[in-house]
Write a protein that binds this ligand. Structure first.
Ligand code: KG4
Ligand code: ZN
Length: 346
């Protein structure tokens, strides 16, 4: 079925998606957390320009993202990233088929900045507006520079979410499992803080884990029914382990490696179960934590068992706007009403 959107003023029909008989150039904006990003993507898979302004340096000194400060930084960066995205693509607004923006979930003050910019561009240039769910967008990062098509199983692992999704088609996604407490990225960041690592903890913990012994400490793998997960017990176990050193030097690398082994094994086992029960032959990973070296290694090992494994390159795993543009192209479950409000939780 063709995805038809209307331009905002003249209500001219525009065909978006794989069934369009002309090239779609979608400009998208992403500002749900601490990255201000703008990208132009052709036909959902070919990145024409991709600009990301990261606020990591600003939030580093607070050990986490301060929403109010993040929103103000988005305001300062938004026009710059939009201009840069046009410049890198050597394109102007008249050549854009539709403008897209992240609606949620995310930090409300931050989302407002990017979403209003996307709506304004659509209004000013009389183009369709496409509002996108951030989690759907992470999944669509897998379509960039590949030819993969649903059905497949997706493992979505980010700072706020841990989900196993049955992706039946571009727009039909059924969450078959999720965390009942902490998200994987959250567990990484909390454990990193516990052992004294800087912000953002996840990537630093990953790096140190590669230098440590994964079998140094046996940490508990939570037994949760079906495809659901729990990571808060593991976090408490690391806390107990840290306390047992009673102020003596911590074997930081070994703790990181043991924690990473436990998390990646848990994820791997559930993914394998989902694959064998669904009968699908394709698995994709997505979200910021999909940048993790050991999670990638374990999931990619499924390639030796006859599965096609996809994971976006690192730059499309963490927050970016190219994935938002791809989602606006492929997924029909979008928010096309220009009055759509931002939302904080999924
Ligand atoms: O998807 P994302 O950019 O933001 C959202 O949560 O939507 O994910 C950020 C999360 C953070 O928790 C960060 O620590 C984690 O992804 N992360 C990693 C790695 N790179 C980013 N966690 C483990 N290993 C990594 N290499
Ligand atoms: Zn994200």
């Amino acid at each position: 079925m063709k995805m038809i959107k209307k331009t905002l003023f003249t209500k001219t029909p525009v065909i978006i998606g794989p069934e369009s008989d002309y090239d779609n150039y979608i400009m998208a904006i992403e500002s749900s957390c601490d990255e201000t990003a703008c990208a132009i993507v052709k036909n959902g898979r070919e990145v024409i320009s991709n600009v990301v302004a990261s606020q990591i340096k600003t939030h580093e000194k607070y050990g986490g993202v301060i929403p109010e400060i993040a929103a103000r930084e988005h305001l300062e960066s938004i026009n710059v990233v939009i201009e840069e995205a046009f410049k890198q693509a050597n394109m102007n607004a008249t050549q854009i088929t539709a403008f897209a923006g992240t609606v949620g979930p995310g930090l409300v003050g931050c989302l407002l900045v990017g979403l209003n910019a996307a709506k304004t561009l659509a209004l000013v240039h009389d183009k369709p507006f496409i509002g996108v769910n951030h989690l759907n967008a992470h999944l669509c990062a897998n379509y960039i520079d590949t030819d993969i098509k649903p059905p497949f199983i997706a493992l979505l692992v980010s700072g706020g979410h841990t989900q196993i999704i049955d992706v039946k088609s571009y727009s039909e996604q059924i969450i078959i499992g999720e965390t009942i407490d902490d998200a994987v990225g959250e567990a990484y960041d909390k454990v990193a803080r516990l052992i004294g690592l800087a912000y953002p903890g996840g990537p630093i913990l990953d790096k140190l884990a590669r230098e440590g012994d994964a079998n140094a400490f046996k940490l508990p793998e939570a037994k949760v029914d079906g495809y659901n997960f729990s990571f808060s017990g593991l976090k408490t176990a690391v806390l107990r382990l840290v306390k047992s050193f009673d102020g003596k030097d911590l074997p930081v690398n070994d703790i990181c490696a043991s924690f990473q082994e436990c998390v990646s094994t848990t994820l791997f086992n559930k993914v394998k179960k989902a694959l064998s029960e669904s009968g699908y032959k394709q698995i994709v990973i997505a979200g910021g934590v999909a940048a993790n070296s050991e999670i990638r290694r374990k999931i990619f090992s499924l390639g030796n068992e006859g599965y096609r494994v996809c994971a976006p390159p690192m730059k499309y795993c963490t927050d970016n706007a190219a994935m938002v543009a791809s989602c606006a192209f492929f997924n029909t479950n979008t928010f096309d009403d220009v009055d759509v409000e931002v939302f904080s939780r999924a």
